[in-house]
Design a protein around this ligand. Structure first.
Ligand SMILES: [Zn+2]
Length: 241
């Protein structure tokens, strides 16, 4: 391979490593954000079941208060019974007492149901709490791991940037400009290997004689995509030779 092209290839490889390191670095805060959102969801769920438990308890308290009030009303009716004069009035009062006692019974049933629901709600709260804790612990562990990875990537990045500077300064300015232009237009490589007798950049067939020249160490400028086609480790001529 010709020396200027070899250097350009080295720059291209360094940039590829740099791109990867940068992408890995950018992925870290994104991943942490995903975990934080998961925790937030679990926290909301925990609060939701906690609120359900609280409202169950409040409901029970209200029922008990209402029941208490009914019972005192029954006591009051019974006192009044003593001073009632007519049979009709007496029967009407007994009816009211029966009605109130029936309601007290209904409330007992409702209270029993609410207590069962309370047990379930408490189990839900405990489960959601454990789940939340598990997510929080996992997040902390992952965060610590990723912070270590970030520091390591930071070191790799500085080393690669230093390396790149050395390589870039050794490249002919015309080549460098062409390379930079290609990268800006979204093409990360301008030095490509010959693949099955075709340009590795655009897959256009290279004339057989040029293929042989490439294998011999020459550089071929692809007329279709402008890539420098060279012989690399995984290169091959047409027909896989
Ligand atoms: Zn090409």
């Amino acid at each position: 391979m010709e020396e200027p092209i070899k250097r350009l290839l080295l720059l291209q490889e360094t940039d590829r490593k740099l791109d990867r390191v940068k992408a890995d670095m950018e992925a870290i805060p994104r991943e942490l954000q995903v975990h934080r959102r998961e925790i937030e969801e679990h926290r909301l769920r925990f609060r939701g079941v906690e609120e359900a438990l609280e409202s169950n308890r409040a409901g029970q308290e209200a029922l008990k208060a209402e029941q208490q009030e009914l019972r005192s009303r029954v006591a009051e009716y019974r006192t009044r019974l003593l001073s009632i004069k007519t049979n009709d009035e007496y029967r009407a009062m007994l009816k009211q007492i029966d009605y109130a006692l029936g309601k007290v019974d209904d409330m007992d049933t409702a209270l029993l149901e609410a207590m069962e629901a309370e047990d379930e709600a408490r189990a839900e709260v405990e489960k959601a709490g454990r789940e939340l804790e598990r997510y929080e612990r996992r997040y902390e562990a992952r965060k610590e791991m990723l912070e270590g990875k970030a520091a390591q990537l930071e070191t790799e990045l500085s080393a690669l940037e230093a390396e790149r500077e050395v390589v870039a300064s050794s490249i002919d300015v015309r080549y460098y400009r062409k390379y930079r232009q290609a990268r800006r237009s979204g093409r990360p490589e301008i030095v490509v290997g010959l693949r099955g007798g075709a340009c590795g950049g655009c897959l256009t067939n290279v004339p057989p004689q040029n293929g042989v020249d490439i294998k011999g160490g020459n550089t071929f400028l692809c007329p279709m995509c402008g890539s420098f086609v060279v012989w690399t480790e995984d290169s091959s001529l047409a027909g896989g030779r």
